[in-house]
Ligand binder design. Structure first.
Ligand code: C5P
Length: 228
């Protein structure tokens, strides 16, 4: 089953403090952005990639796409001040999507089998997101004091990709824009429509490269996958 993917790539990566877009940092001599793009480039079911970028980074990103032979990018709209705005800029460009995925460009270790599970679930159920079970004991804390120990069995840590029937995603984005609602992920916007969002069990390797330690995890994941 075919799909389009939206990759927000217009962040500033303040928590990485790299002095540049963290997506340009390299793992194994290749920018993080390219690692992520290559997964979708290689997946035959992916028919188009929409990349939200900062205007001042567009020409550099275009040169990376050419250098690494990424040919599926259909558009590079301007991102916005918040991730949600960047995603919405891409949603407005997608014309005839059936299933559309939103995936953080900063999660380069997503695998094709997980993507396909999400696409299938979104096709049958309308909305499905990747997540992993919480591993640690979870407590609610207020002013430095434990209020309660939360039942971990029902808690999931949410990742991307988040996969949707395109009309559902478009409707959710439109509503959020009209109501000036800012969510923490796309699923939250869809939940507001009263639509059920399903979870697909993902992998703990699907980390978002956020801080410097994540680069160490990233190198370790690549060593384990490709050796060396
Ligand atoms: O900052 P964080 O890593 O949580 O951002 C997740 C993804 O969203 C990154 O790929 C980042 O480039 C993107 N983003 C964006 N526009 C923003 C903020 C973040 O496209 N304004």
């Amino acid at each position: 089953m075919q799909y389009d993917v939206i990759l927000p790539a217009a962040g500033s990566g303040k928590r990485m403090a790299a002095g540049k877009n963290k997506l340009f940092l390299e793992l194994r001599q290749k920018p993080i952005l390219i690692h992520t793009l290559e997964v979708f480039q290689q997946d035959e079911a992916c028919k188009g990639i929409w990349l939200a970028v900062k205007p001042e980074e567009r020409s550099y990103i275009e040169s990376l796409l050419a250098e690494f032979h990424i040919t599926k990018v259909k558009g590079l709209p301007d991102g916005g001040s918040e991730r949600q705005h960047s995603v919405n800029a891409c949603v407005k460009k997608v014309k005839d999507g059936n299933i559309v995925l939103v995936h953080d460009a900063a999660r380069p270790f997503i695998t094709i089998p997980i993507i396909h599970k999400l696409v299938e679930a979104a096709h049958t159920k309308g909305a499905a997101i990747a997540g992993v079970r919480a591993k640690d004991t979870m407590k609610r804390v207020k002013d430095g004091v434990i209020e309660e120990t939360v039942d971990r069995s029902s808690l999931w840590m949410i990742q991307t990709p988040q996969a949707f029937d395109f009309q559902v995603l478009k409707c959710a984005e439109q509503r959020a824009e009209e109501e000036h609602f800012l969510g923490t992920d796309e699923a939250m916007l869809v939940e507001r429509l009263g639509q059920s969002v399903y979870i697909v069990e993902s992998s703990y390797e699907n980390v978002k490269i956020t801080t410097k330690e994540d680069l160490v995890f990233g190198e370790a994941i690549l060593s384990q996958r490709i050796g060396g």
